[in-house]
Design a binder for this molecule. Structure first.
Ligand SMILES: Nc1nc2c(ncn2[C@@H]2O[C@H](COP(=O)(O)OP(=O)(O)OP(=O)(O)O)[C@@H](O)[C@H]2O)c(=O)[nH]1
Ligand SMILES: [Mg+2]
Length: 304
């Protein structure tokens, strides 16, 4: 990872760092290791949005390993915590699956305002900079301003946009986008969809229809399906994600808005409970503020 990216990551995780590793140090440094200390650490982890299940697992690990390695004080426990978080998060790294044909198809889904369109804009910019030809499919035909918003991103990034009018069938837009990209041998189609509550069944069905549409045109091509989760809502995104996962095959996660939230610790239960690769993270509103998720860089940024 480039140095500038690491700096940005550190900056954006400041609040989470305070909530997680700095609170940990504050209560554990200079203390002897006993049951009372573990109870205090448990509180710190829970407050940092690490969640009940992951917290229990981490505490068990700290107890066992501190005994086994004959660790005597809180400072050394910090290294153990780092080690455990890395072990958990490492399992969730993953890169985009763009398949072997042209175009690659990436579908973005998630609840209202989670950051889908912005994330698409960031991806489009990065792909165009790599010399790829990118098509944006304006399949959010529900919200009036959504098509205009995507159009701005198309201009900014240098991607081509395929759009229909407000209220059109999203699958029809997707059909046109993928079909035209296929005939022009474009590299990638990024599909923007309307924000939807995971509890609305007909909206979830719509996602399945979009996928079937792609599959009809490109039966052998994977549809990389990215669930965009808002990092500022912390653990609340887990239940949301579970319902999306039930409705459709989610193949990757992007967690946005990790800058400016203290709830970034939720990435740990998101990783543990969903078992879906976290492929990228959003660390700001700018074009360049999308980074591949790198477990080591993430843990280092939280602790160093
Ligand atoms: N700070 C910060 N803001 C972000 C990030 N990603 C998105 N945003 C902001 O979040 C807000 C919503 O982003 P959109 O991309 O419009 O979200 P959406 O999921 O497309 O929203 P709907 O189409 O209404 O469902 C915007 O103000 C974005 O600038 C991020 O990583 N960091
Ligand atoms: Mg949008």
């Amino acid at each position: 990872m480039f140095k500038s990216m690491l700096t940005k990551l550190k900056e954006s995780l400041q609040k989470t760092k305070k909530q997680l590793s700095e609170s940990f140090s504050a209560i554990s440094f200079g203390r002897k290791i006993d049951e009372e200390l573990f109870e205090d650490i448990e509180m710190v982890l829970l407050k940092a949005d690490v969640g009940l299940k992951a917290t229990e697992e981490i505490i068990d690990f700290l107890k066992e390993e501190s005994k086994r390695r004959k660790i005597k004080d809180g400072e050394e426990l910090r290294e153990l915590l780092k080690e455990k978080l890395y072990e958990i998060l490492k399992k969730c790294e993953g890169s985009l699956n763009l398949g072997n044909e042209k175009p690659a198809v990436v579908l973005f889904i998630g609840i209202n305002g989670s950051g889908k369109t912005t994330t698409i804009g960031k991806f489009a910019t990065q792909f165009v900079q790599e010399g790829k030809s990118v098509v944006l499919a304006a399949a959010d035909t529900f919200r009036a301003a959504a098509i205009d918003q995507l159009e701005v991103w198309a201009e900014r990034s240098g991607a081509r946009i395929v759009k229909h009018s407000h209220g059109a069938d999203p699958s029809a837009v997707v059909y046109d986008a993928v079909n035209s990209a296929k005939s022009r041998s474009d590299d990638i189609v990024l599909i923007d969809t309307a924000g939807r509550l995971h509890t609305k069944e007909h909206l979830m069905k719509e996602l399945q229809k979009i996928k079937r549409t792609v599959k009809k045109l490109m039966p052998d091509q994977p549809v990389e399906t990215i669930l965009v989760l808002d990092g500022t809502i912390g653990q609340n995104s887990i239940n949301q994600a579970k319902t999306f996962k039930e409705a459709t095959d989610v193949t990757g996660i992007v967690i946005t808005k990790l800058d400016g939230t203290a709830k970034g610790g939720a990435i740990i239960p998101i990783c543990e409970e969903l078992c879906i690769p976290i492929k990228f993270i959003g660390v700001g509103e700018g074009i360049e503020d999308l980074q591949p998720f790198d477990a080591k860089a993430f843990v280092d940024a939280l602790f160093d």
